[in-house]
Each structure stands twice: as structure tokens, then as C-alpha cells.
Design a protein around this ligand. Structure first.
Ligand SMILES: Cc1cc2nc3c(=O)[nH]c(=O)nc-3n(C[C@H](O)[C@H](O)[C@H](O)COP(=O)(O)O)c2cc1C
Length: 179
């Protein structure tokens, strides 16, 4: 399976990158190909127009995102919760595309520094996915991220190994079902 992993935050010192690295490692260990699309490394201005409205006139990184979304088997969004929702940079990037998402399986990892694991961001992601025409899929919440993952993405909490394994299985099964 080919997975497009979007890292949803551009904040300096972001801890969510730890979750992204851990997820990438685990999916790759299972033999999947992971394409890493880190918004912090991209130049994505505020939405001027959607890809299908002005083809050829979208920012280069958005054209790249469009091509990658078209080709992938699953869009995995990994994001913190910011102010009870998803970060603005992530919403802006997602808004550029539309037909590319049609019938695409989505999966999510949300996190927070506190005890709620980004559940409110998760709820918004479900709604956003439906608006985009994708299929909302499995999700994994990470509370107290600093206690669960080290700065280099190593897992420091035993339970999380199991939860991540089970998430990977759920994503595999969801993608297989939707074929
Ligand atoms: C602008 C901003 C808003 C935040 N809002 C929330 C929030 O609504 N709920 C929550 O649980 N944590 C919130 N947090 C804490 C983040 O979940 C925390 O920083 C966590 O480490 C993941 O974000 P990071 O990848 O930017 O480090 C917020 C953090 C920032 C920077």
C-alpha cells in the first residue's frame, strides 16, 4: 500500500513530528511505502484558487500535492489540535484540492500535550473528510505526547506500541475493503 502522510503543523519545535516519524517507521516496517508531505517544508500561500479551477496556475507544491493525492491509496493526516480544531496551515492546504479526494480512504493521528489527544480536531477532520468526498477511516489519539514519544520519534510508552500496531492493521483493513 502507498500512503501519503501529511504533517499538519508548521510550528517551530512541534512535537507532532515525533508521531509522524513513529508512524512512518511502523508503516514502512510492514512493507508499505510512505510519502512524507511536511507542510513546514512546503511553500503554500493562502488559497487563491482551487486546482481544478485554474489548472496550471497553482503553486508548485500544491500541484505536487494534487498529483500525490491522485496516486495514493490512503491519505494519513497527522496533526495536533490547535484551539479545538486543526491548524490553519493544514486546513488551507486541504482546501486547495477537491476532485482528487473523491472516494479516497483517509486515516488520522491527532495529538495534544494534555489528556484529550486531539479529539476535537479529530471530530473536525471527520466532517472535513466528508465535505471533501473522502472516506473517514481509522484514527489514533495521542495524549501527553512528550511522555509517549521521544524527540527522535522513539516510542517511550509500552501501550502505545500496541495502539500503533492496531491502528496500522485498521488502516490496512480499511484500504483493502475500499479497494
Ligand atoms: C496555537 C496552539 C493551540 C493549541 N490548542 C490546543 C487545544 O485546543 N487543545 C489541546 O489539547 N492542545 C492544544 N495545544 C497544545 C498542542 O496540542 C501541543 O502543543 C502538542 O504538543 C502538539 O502540538 P505541536 O505539534 O505544535 O507541538 C495548542 C498548541 C498551540 C501551539
Amino acid at each position: 500500500m502507498n500512503i501519503l502522510l501529511i504533517v499538519g503543523t508548521t510550528r517551530d519545535g512541534r512535537k507532532t513530528i515525533r508521531a509522524a516519524e513513529a508512524a512512518r517507521n511502523r508503516f514502512e516496517q510492514e512493507g508499505h511505502e510512505v510519502e512524507f508531505f511536511d507542510l513546514k517544508q512546503k511553500e503554500i500561500p493562502f488559497l487563491g484558487n482551487r486546482t481544478y479551477i485554474e489548472e496550471g496556475q497553482v503553486p508548485e507544491d500544491i500541484q505536487d500535492l494534487s498529483n500525490k493525492v491522485e496516486e495514493t491509496d490512503c491519505l494519513l493526516i497527522i496533526t495536533p489540535e490547535y484551539n479545538h480544531s486543526i491548524p490553519g496551515a493544514l486546513k488551507n492546504a486541504l482546501d486547495y484540492l477537491y476532485p482528487e479526494y473523491n472516494d479516497l480512504p483517509f486515516a488520522y493521528i491527532t495529538d495534544s500535550a494534555g489528556g484529550f489527544g486531539g479529539v476535537r480536531a479529530m471530530s473536525h477532520l471527520n466532517d472535513i473528510t466528508l465535505a471533501l468526498g473522502g472516506y473517514p477511516g481509522p484514527s489514533l489519539q495521542i495524549s501527553n505526547i512528550s511522555e509517549v514519544l521521544s524527540k527522535t520519534g522513539e516510542i517511550t510508552e509500552d501501550d502505545f506500541e500496541e495502539r500503533l500496531d492496531s491502528f496500522v492493521e485498521d488502516v490496512e483493513s480499511q484500504v483493502a475493503k475500499l479497494g
